[in-house]
Design a protein around this ligand. Structure first.
Ligand SMILES: Cc1cc2nc3c(=O)[nH]c(=O)nc-3n(C[C@H](O)[C@H](O)[C@H](O)COP(=O)(O)OP(=O)(O)OC[C@H]3O[C@@H](n4cnc5c(N)ncnc54)[C@H](O)[C@@H]3O)c2cc1C
Length: 376
């Protein structure tokens, strides 16, 4: 009898996993809570690293599609101080794919979705409970009452994973607040802002706060304001006026990024799992991506989620008769790989929102490791 594999969550991790399993002739069903691929904006752009995200795409047979969709020029980044003076300006080699080319999340997700048989994703299936069955496998229950069974359940269900709670009772901590705005059609409507941001990323570093902006492939600019985690009502940040007050004294060319936002700002809590989180292996269940190792967003989460997917898929394909041995091998390797990355991400996050952030970040970009760049 075929092993029935259920993947909870059709984000970058879950879809990469389904795609690589499919390439090995292994079927899986992806249960996704959203109603369709276009139900929600997928957010900004990602830089995919050769040793993780790009490697996973190669395993998925999608390296060529990635090269035709990615934007190597998006690696360009500028760091300014609140007066608008340039502290760092990095330009990649023109047309070079040797670094970490940027790709819009929606483009990457579409690329993965298009590579899967049409019935792989069960849309509008929000998993609400998973219960181990006495005879092995799990019973799954979805919002709306639909039920099904599976032999293996892989939680790729992100920050607030339902599957995680079957394996560990860790709690998330609030590490920062991120307020986002979007500026559409920037070249035509706000050419000076398009010029300021350039083809990649811009970070303006203040004391305990960062104003960042990122150019997307559709011609829009995504603005992100990172603030320290405080016990302040998150709704405070829904007003442009309140945000502008927080950036009082900053150069008007920078705060214009806030004023130009198409609609009211959207604040969100940025959370992380304790670094080094592990769990005791349980038969038939595992986690990938943010469900397994939610870390501050400094450029690693999606890359690691995709590498998790590639490594788990290859292990499952190598031991089709003993999936639990495959899952154990995947989990040990994943814990070892992601622990130092989560620690580095926590350090970079703390550095970004410290009073000495500007000096620290310049040192980081000019002399330190280049393994992470702050996310918008
Ligand atoms: C602002 C920001 C910027 C970032 N920038 C970067 C970056 O530049 N580079 C980088 O590598 N990483 C970045 N990250 C991190 C990255 O977004 C995540 O690590 C990555 O998306 C994790 O992928 P995932 O598949 O594990 O989870 P997700 O992408 O969160 O996907 C989870 C999926 O599961 C679905 N789902 C959730 N619950 C259920 C349920 N109960 N039932 C069914 N479906 C469910 C969701 O709808 C979603 O589609 C950033 C994060 C943030 C917040």
């Amino acid at each position: 009898m075929r092993t029935r594999i259920a993947i909870a969550g059709g984000g970058l991790g879950g879809l990469t996993l389904a795609r690589i399993l499919h390439r090995h002739g292994i079927d899986a069903v992806v249960y996704e809570r959203e109603a369709s691929r276009s139900a929600r904006s997928q957010g900004g752009s990602l830089d995919l690293h050769p040793e993780s995200g790009q490697q996973a795409l190669a395993e998925a047979g999608l390296a060529g599609r990635f090269r035709s969709e990615a934007r190597p020029e998006g690696e360009e980044h500028r760091i300014l101080d609140p007066a608008g003076r340039t502290l760092v300006h990095h330009k990649p080699q023109p047309g070079s794919f040797s670094g970490r080319p940027e790709i819009d999340r929606s483009v990457l997700r579409d690329l993965l979705l298009d590579s899967l048989p049409g019935d792989t994703v069960a849309w509008q299936h929000r998993l609400v409970a998973a219960t181990p069955r006495p005879d092995g496998g799990l019973g799954l229950r979805f919002d709306g009452g639909h039920r099904t069974d599976c032999d293996i359940l892989i939680g790729a269900d992100g920050t607030r994973s339902i599957v995680r709670s079957l394996l560990t009772d860790v709690t998330l901590s609030h590490v920062a607040t991120l307020v986002e705005l979007n500026i559409s059609d920037a070249d035509r409507r706000h050419p000076d802002l398009a010029e300021l941001v350039g083809p990649g990323n811009l970070w303006c570093i203040g004391v305990n706060q960062i104003l960042a902006a990122q150019r997307l492939g559709d011609g829009s600019i995504r603005v992100g304001i990172s603030l320290r985690a405080e016990n302040r009502d998150i709704d405070t940040y829904r007003s442009k006026r309140a945000l502008l007050d927080m950036f009082d004294g900053w150069d008007a060319s920078l705060t214009a990024l806030i004023e130009a936002g198409d609609s009211p700002p959207t604040p969100r809590r940025i959370e992380a799992m304790p670094t080094g989180t592990r769990w005791v292996h349980q038969p038939g269940i595992t986690l990938i991506g943010d469900a397994a190792h939610l870390m501050p967003p400094v450029g690693e989460g999606a890359n690691q989620a995709m590498l998790d997917a590639a490594e788990l898929a290859v292990e499952l394909a190598t031991s089709p008769a003993d999936p639990d041995a495959a899952i154990r091998r995947y989990e040990e390797a994943m814990f070892t790989r992601t622990h130092p990355i989560a620690e580095m991400s926590a350090r970079v996050q703390a550095m970004m929102l410290s009073p000495t952030a500007a000096d620290d970040i310049i040192r980081f970009f000019t002399t330190g490791p280049t393994e992470a760049v702050p996310a918008v």
